[in-house]
Ligand binder design. Structure first.
Ligand code: NAD
Length: 471
């Protein structure tokens, strides 16, 4: 029986390994993590992450050929294939602070693999890492082991949170990069055989290591760039009376452009887009390509601009001050169908409103109160100014309450901001919400999920992203 071990039981390691276990009953899969609470949760009825369909997969495989354990060393030592899916956040201090990927977790995982291994292993980069990381990992492994053969593969993950299980069942492609040596090619084939249990052969792309590593950064940069492009257009729409939904529809019909990922919004979030573009910017700078670095930097600058534009719109619309005004916040997660708040635009929007002394009532169907409070008070890292910014934000939680539903959030409110596109927000009883709000009642739809004209008919003053404004 082939044995797989995955180091890192997070948003990627958990779901990807659960699906491998489901699709490959003949393979034993053990997911290990240094975090005891995480592993305890994976072994309980309350999984540590919310992802549609995940619970069913875990229930079917756990105890059969899927296991979660804190005994990292034992399971790594036993495995034939070791996936490494640890976090690779942006460095906050030292060389490259604010841009470079922090590979501390990766390096310690690699040193541990070298230490405990007694047999040959394929080590798979599942985390998103800078191009050329495999070279560093090879050095760490070969200099620390006692002649054991390690083959390093790059197999970046393209799943999107909120649709992870669907994406893993039916990926657009699986990418495997390896060394173009006989041993490297053999390792690529071994990993290909795992995916071949359910992924059609033509969807499995094999490349050299550096192409695979760079493709992941490139994919995230292109996706984020599309959002920033349409968001930049949304500002121009508001200035001119054009409607960004109509513009997106019109340009998306061009098959060279395509219609996906063209929704204007308050901005992108999530743990990956900003981090991976910053990483790309750093790699460009290190390779003497400042013009290319500046090009990609713009994608994040537009995203920051979009968030502050939204806050400014809220404050300006409400007669230039929100001090003492009640604002309902609908949605805090960075997108629907996840409880993940990493880099969610809601953090910046809420902080911006709190600085202007608003009173916020926040509702999200999946994000726990403690997480929202932590996000609002944590030390905020400013990628553009990494030396100065490790300051504690001036917001206080006295101005914040976390509530149980959208109606509570909007009760007596002067304004409501929709910050996540949860389906339930589309079908709210807006007449009831209007009746319970202070007048004039404002709605700021940061995700364009509600029909502004229907809301205007009720009596709301509505701001949607990139759409004609109320006078
Ligand atoms: P995560 O923070 O949810 O999980 C990482 C886990 O690794 C944590 O539970 C941590 O405790 C564990 N860990 C760290 N060092 C360890 C060690 N030495 N031994 C054992 N466990 C260790 O992160 P994530 O969202 O799953 O992302 C993991 C990687 O995948 C990142 O590089 C990310 O960029 C990439 N990625 C993420 C997504 C996404 O949507 N979240 C999608 C594609 C790729």
């Amino acid at each position: 029986m082939v044995k797989i071990c995955c180091i890192g039981a997070g948003y990627v390691g958990g779901p990807t390994m659960a699906v491998i276990a489901l699709k490959c009953p003949s393979i034993e899969v053990v997911v290990v993590d240094i975090s005891t609470p995480r592993i305890t949760a994976w072994n309980s009825d309350h999984l540590p992450i919310y992802e549609p369909g995940l619970e069913d997969v875990v229930k079917e495989c756990r105890g059969r050929n899927l296991f979660f354990s804190n005994d990292v060393e034992k399971h790594v030592a036993d495995a034939d294939i070791v996936f490494v899916s640890v976090n690779t956040p942006t460095k906050t201090q030292g060389l490259g602070a604010g841009k470079a990927a922090d590979l501390t977790y990766w390096e310690s995982a690699a040193r541990m693999i070298a230490d405990v291994s007694k047999s040959a292993k394929i080590v798979v980069e599942k985390s998103t890492v800078p191009v050329k990381t495999a070279e560093a990992i090879e050095k760490i492994l070969t200099h620390n082991s006692k002649g054991i053969d390690f083959q390093i593969l790059s197999n970046p993950e393209f799943l999107a949170e909120g649709t992870a299980i669907k994406d893993l069942y039916n990926p657009d492609r699986v990418l495997i990069g390896g060394r173009e040596t006989p041993e490297g090619l053999k390792a690529v084939q071994a990993l290909k055989q795992v995916y071949a249990h359910w992924v059609p052969e033509e969807k499995i792309i094999c490349t050299n290591l550096w192409s695979a590593e760079l493709s992941k950064l490139a994919a995230n940069a292109f996706l984020a760039q599309r959002i920033s492009s349409v968001n930049a257009m949304s500002a121009l729409c508001e200035a001119t009376g054009a409607d960004v939904s109509q513009v997106s529809h019109a340009i998306g019909k061009d098959t060279r452009i395509g219609s996906k990922f063209l929704n204007a919004s308050v901005g992108f979030g999530g743990s990956c887009f900003q981090k991976d573009i910053l990483n790309l910017v750093y790699i460009c700078e290190c390779n003497g390509l400042p013009e290319v670095a500046n090009y990609w930097k713009q994608v994040i600058q537009i995203n920051d601009y979009q968030k502050s534009r939204f806050v400014n719109r809220v404050v300006a619309s409400m007669f230039n001050t929100v001090a003492g005004k009640k604002i309902g916040i609908l949605g805090f997660a960075f997108k629907k169908d996840t409880g993940d708040t990493r880099e969610t635009p809601a953090i910046d929007v809420c902080r911006g409103l709190l600085v202007d002394k608003a009173e916020l009532r926040i509702y999200d169907p999946q994000v726990p109160q403690a997480q929202i409070e932590k996000d609002l008070t944590m030390v905020k890292f400013d990628w553009e100014n990494p030396v100065l910014v490790n300051h504690v934000s001036p917001v206080t939680l006295n101005q914040v309450s976390i509530v149980e539903n959208a109606y509570e959030a909007s009760k007596d409110a002067h304004g409501v901001c929709i910050l996540t596109e949860w389906d339930e927000f589309k079908t709210l009883d807006f007449q009831k919400i209007y009746d319970n709000m202070q007048k004039p009642a404002f709605i700021f739809d940061g995700r364009n999920v509600v029909d502004p004209n229907k809301l205007r008919d009720i009596g709301f003053i509505v701001y949607s992203i990139g759409k004609p404004l109320d006078q």
